[in-house]
Design a binder for this molecule. Structure first.
Ligand SMILES: *[C@@H]1O[C@H](CO)[C@@H](O)[C@H](O)[C@H]1NC(C)=O
Length: 187
């Protein structure tokens, strides 16, 4: 086995483990929300749909963003899994003030910031978020989310969101709706 292949093989199996789809080539470079207003983006967002599909995961996923005094963002995400609401806390930052819609989020001090790009948002109803990581410049792994200020969004809003992703060369054909039913119960 060539050294390169030995290096690549474990990476090729990653998608099976994490249910992610690798795409050949580097990350797309989508345009992001112009004049992004971080303050208006803060607050509670519900996950409406996501990529990749993770059917076995929790439901009623939501994230609460709060701007801290030091201008970093407190990120509290939660889900109901096995009849229990589980919460994780992370930190968000604007990595480059010239690109305020390109956030980075890390859920652990030992992990680097993952891209969390706000592709588009009206702040009051919906937001489109994209995260992509290049692997060896050969392929990339990505995540995409449609977020809502409410637990459900009109079908037309979701369709429009998918169109925006697609026109940015982001493949959302495998995007699935997130479960946001019976969230007041933990059953
Ligand atoms: C979001 O976080 C802020 C600050 O910690 C808190 O005051 C607020 O109640 C939280 N909102 C929700 C819906 O959890």
């Amino acid at each position: 086995m060539t050294p390169l292949l030995a290096l690549l093989l474990p990476l090729l199996f990653l998608p099976i483990i994490s249910s992610q789809v690798p795409h050949w080539g580097p990350c797309p470079e989508p345009t992001v929300q112009p004049s992004f207003n971080l303050k208006k983006f803060m607050g509670r967002w519900f996950e409406i749909a996501k990529l990749p599909a993770q059917f076995e995961k929790g439901r009623c996923i939501e994230t609460n963003f709060t701007l801290k005094a030091d201008q970093t963002i407190r990120v509290v995400s939660s889900e109901i899994l096995k009849a229990e609401r589980r919460t994780i806390e992370g930190t968000g930052i604007v990595e480059d003030l010239k690109n305020p819609a390109r956030l980075g989020i890390s859920y652990s001090y030992v992990l680097p910031y993952s891209p969390y790009w706000i592709i588009s948002t009206d702040y009051e109803n919906s937001a489109l978020v994209y995260s992509c990581t290049d692997i060896l410049h050969l392929f990339h792994m990505d995540f995409a989310w449609i977020l809502g200020r409410t637990r459900s969004l009109p079908a037309a809003t979701v369709d429009k969101a998918r169109e925006i992703f697609t026109s940015s060369n982001i493949d959302v054909s495998r995007m699935v709706s997130s479960r946001q039913q019976d969230c007041d119960k933990t059953l």
